[in-house]
Design a protein around this ligand. Sequence first.
Ligand SMILES: Nc1nc2c(c(=O)[nH]1)N[C@H]1C(S)=C(S)[C@@H](COP(=O)(O)OP(=O)(O)OC[C@H]3O[C@@H](n4cnc5c(=O)[nH]c(N)nc54)[C@H](O)[C@@H]3O)O[C@H]1N2
Ligand SMILES: Nc1nc2c(c(=O)[nH]1)N[C@H]1C(S)=C(S)[C@@H](COP(=O)(O)OP(=O)(O)OC[C@H]3O[C@@H](n4cnc5c(=O)[nH]c(N)nc54)[C@H](O)[C@@H]3O)O[C@H]1N2
Ligand code: SF4
Ligand SMILES: [Mo]
Length: 655
Amino acid sequence: MKKIKTACSLDCWDVCAIEITMDGDEVIKIQGDPNHPITKGFLCQKGINHIERVMSPNRITSPMKKINDNWISISWEQAIEEIASKLKDIKDNYGSNSLIHYRDSGHSGLLKNIDTAFFNSYGGVTSPKGSLCWGAGIAAQTLDFGRALSHDPADHLNSKTIIVWGRNPVYTNMHLVPFLKKAKDNGANIVVIDPIKTATAQMATHHYPIRPEADGFLALAMAKLILEENLYDTTFVASYSNGFHSYFEYVKGLNLNDLIDKTGLSLENIKELTDLYAKNKPSSIILGYGLQRYYNGGKNIRLIDALGALTGNIGVEGGGVTYANRYISRWIDNNYVDNKLPYELPRFKRSLFSQYILEDNPGNIKGIFVTMSNPVLQLPNTTKTIEAFKSIPFKVVIDHFLTDTAQLADYILPCTHIYEEEDFISSSMWHSYFYYTERVLPPRKNVKSEFEIFNLLAKKMNMIGFLEKYPDEKTYLERSLAPLLKDTGLSLEDMKGKRLKLDGNNIPWKNKIFATPSKKFQFINPIEDDLEFISYKNDNYPLHLLTLHPKHSLHSQHFIDEHSGTLPKVYASSQTFKEYNIDDGEEIILSSQNGSIICVASINEGVSQNVLMIYEGWWLKNQGVNNLTPMGISDIGNQAVFNNCMCKIEKKKGF
Ligand SMILES: Nc1nc2c(c(=O)[nH]1)N[C@H]1C(S)=C(S)[C@@H](COP(=O)(O)OP(=O)(O)OC[C@H]3O[C@@H](n4cnc5c(=O)[nH]c(N)nc54)[C@H](O)[C@@H]3O)O[C@H]1N2
Ligand SMILES: Nc1nc2c(c(=O)[nH]1)N[C@H]1C(S)=C(S)[C@@H](COP(=O)(O)OP(=O)(O)OC[C@H]3O[C@@H](n4cnc5c(=O)[nH]c(N)nc54)[C@H](O)[C@@H]3O)O[C@H]1N2
Ligand code: SF4
Ligand SMILES: [Mo]
């Protein structure tokens, strides 16, 4: 028997430490590393199911080529030969920029970045900027603090009040839950601000069902009460912040009742919430990403950050406005990892992918290479995405499964899974642990790692510089991690099996020196910053649809075995359904300006009035929810605005 230390590769807050017990070549047990202070011996179902995905009969185990709309297995030699020749052809005839490399975070391993290094060696290609995920909030925290850093999860035990604001950890960040429970047992207030009475809201001491996208108004109302009642921290604002005066004047000039009306909450609610936050210090805010998937997402986060500064809950134990954890980057040599070029390359706003191809650059994009993502399903406005994707003459996808994106490609290349490779993994979303992951199993027959795939392409294309710079995986990891190895004095070999933590990050901004140009916390500026709130109401589509992250799937990744025809449930209160004469369990048509899907009405009294909720990630065979969502961009950070989705519901009769 032996134990192997690996980690979860999924794009999840938790990035769990996994321990696998092997009897010879056989996996006997998979569990969360019992000695890890965050994973604490348990994994979610998705983590346990990694092994099912590795072994799945649906996994692609041969390169495939589409001929006359049929997928044919081909040899690696043929695949590499044909793809290399086409890449060369595109570069020679149209320039390397006429190729798009589309990647997202389907796997958070460091080695997987070899794709970017390859395409930069190729000459540089067109790639996305901005985010489907966290962009508005990252931009907001970068403006306010200089960068987004998180409190250590255990530090929340020092808080007297914890506000979980637009995050649903019971589903999306389950290893935060034991900390919340312990804090609650110790007497802390656990407050959830969410339009839905989520599983997290159900375990909280207080839940405020805010109207979607009204968080900025709520934060302003709270700020007004804090300022009026002199609950603010005069030392912090005077010594460690910039822009307080104009923020103060702006807030003073706002009408409290107008703000309250917009939130859907009562004055009593907001007073109670303000007291919980401002009078029970230290208090912390744990932000999610749900509340920034909006046109006004960036300013809403900035107005919440301002509450932290106003009350002096920044840089102190039990405080903080925790959003993401971009700590690791300083230990990685990003120039080497990305093979950075000294000149700018074309970038398109990720969520405007189809607009870029169909409207801004018609006919100019000659090829697309997709890695670690499923854009056909996960981008907004599926009809347009499919049209754009199909319009590209040459399409290659690397994946484990025949996803909706892979289905529309010309070639699919099957790659290894984390259990089949060694790599380095860390979390940029939450905690500060990092792991060197060991190989658990030999790769499935006939699949290759990305590293090998790009190496084979480079050889075929005679890319000498690339082959010299990235000769093998060990060199790649050693050079990428050079700053970390230097700082810790460790070798790559030393890291094996260890669960290391990056020091110094338990309480960000403890010394009150921020990473902003002024070195102070920056209050949002009502004149220089955009404080105009976009309104996007549409009388024909009166219901607000939120497309949230599913409990048992990481986006589309675990819906693989879902039967075709299984319909997603759309949740709403009985009153909302009653207005449309819809019964619980009935199949209904859910439509937006962009399209319609069929789903099953499911009563959930925890969903606010005139709000609908559905889980994202359903494959197209099961009515993918992005058929409905709008293409759009948040105020800052080029974030997709999935939750600005106005809809209507109808009985299915006659559809
Ligand atoms: N099980 C599972 N876990 C995951 C993922 C997954 O797909 N499945 N995905 C991972 C990834 S990539 C990400 S980005 C994270 C996301 O993690 P979360 O941020 O927790 O997930 P979301 O579902 O986007 O939204 C969280 C909450 O925001 C609320 N919300 C929506 N609009 C508003 C609003 O206007 N105001 C307020 N206050 N709340 C609002 C929603 O009702 C929801 O309960 O989860 C990660 N973890
Ligand atoms: N409506 C709506 N849409 C959303 C969201 C929402 O809240 N609402 N959330 C958005 C968010 S937060 C995110 S992060 C995006 C996620 O968007 P994506 O990252 O595109 O979504 P996934 O479904 O996780 O697809 C990842 C793909 O990578 C593949 N993969 C896994 N490991 C590897 C590997 O080692 N190599 C390669 N080549 N492929 C691998 C998986 O099989 C899977 O097909 O979706 C966004 N889309
Ligand atoms: S999906 Fe998240 S919670 Fe589940 S095992 Fe992976 S990292 Fe842990
Ligand atoms: Mo995400």
